[in-house]
Design a protein around this ligand. Sequence first.
Ligand SMILES: [Zn+2]
Ligand SMILES: [Zn+2]
Length: 462
Amino acid sequence: MPRYPVRAATPGTISRRDFTAGPMTRPARSAKARPPPWTPVTRGHRNNSDMKTIRSNSLRSVQRKDTSVHAGLHLVIAGAGGNIGSHLVPLLARQPGVARLTLVDFDRYEAKNLCSQDIEPADLSQPKAEVQARRARRINPKLEVRPILDRLENVPLGRLRGDVLLGCLDSKASRRFANEIAWRLGMKFIDAGVEASALLARVNTYVPAEDQPCYECAWDERDYAETGTRHPCDLAVPKTPPTNAPACLGALAAALQAIECEKLLRSGVAATAGEQVLIEAATHHHYLTRFSRNPKCRFDHATWAITALRETPRDLTIDDAFSLVPAGKQTATASLGFGGRSLVQRLNCPGCGFSRRVFKLRERLIVRERSCPKCQRELLAAGFYVSRRLIRSELAPDAAARTLASLGLCAGDVISVSDGVTEKFFELGAQSCRGNTAGLSRQLRRSAGALKRVQPFRRRTL
Ligand SMILES: [Zn+2]
Ligand SMILES: [Zn+2]
């Protein structure tokens, strides 16, 4: 019988335990008299006494649940229209305690999606996020639903802020990016995936906290090689091959994901934090794997303390941004970051040698800017002209006067200013305080108190 390939335990990962839920006289999980045969294999692994704790938490959660219903949670679904996401959205729309859904999907429905995704022929050629948003509103008219028709990588960080990020993505690279978003914003991350050939459906829960594992903690060199090294010159987004998973498998993964979300809503805590629940439908096996923080993980596990600004990207110049940190303008090592995005300063054509000066974030280059006007080939960015930070001492005077909007920054994007010792993070505002008066000098702004109108971001925690 083919089994799911069990990878050798990476550092910090324990071996998995499984129990059969197939030919039994009673369902394995409902047998209260006989708890599942979990045995502690390492410190912190769930055992029978922990099960009691979980049940008592559930009782307490009844009271908390009322609070949740009143407050309402904001769930962000990445890949909301796909094989898993199209089944997940209706489930979440029906969950009490959910007040707001943000649905992210850049794609449109095609005829081939009819057999694998929860859609109808009338939905074809329409944007996936909009179709699912309309559906969620029909199920629960009180729900606040916001579709975002863009790739997750392009969406400003501030627009993804919520309580829980649910990943219904189809590539490791996208999940890695979702993992980064969740940690930066301090959101719980419930990631689901399927594997069609072995009828596998799995869900992982991650909670950004000290000693908690992240999605990348279980990665080894093979995983990094699999995602591919993206060279700085690659501007186009790589295409992901379809998973070809049947609709029933996507629905199974979505149900697992909704169940973990429901448990979060009930108890306010992630009962399966750092764990993976995997169902091998082909053989009726059910696995529970706990992951630990990998000290060799390449991800820095940092959650950013982000201050929300009222100023829009059109209000602030690069010079203004440096002055957000008092010492930012003075020190030679002061630098400006763009929330992990890269700034491109020159593009070259690999065909005819055409060269174009730009000064814009890589993700925000439009097609016209990325195309050669002579031979229409895709322009490439040489590594020397791609940078993640602008160093104050290397900045040309004319560049310092450019607005952040001219760099492609949008409302909700996060910038960071470092004085060489500490780094501070700021989210750009959506509504201008002074209309479009982008040309105001910094002194005038200061006298108007514009830069002082900084409000600390209030984050609701579960
Ligand atoms: Zn990690
Ligand atoms: Zn060319």
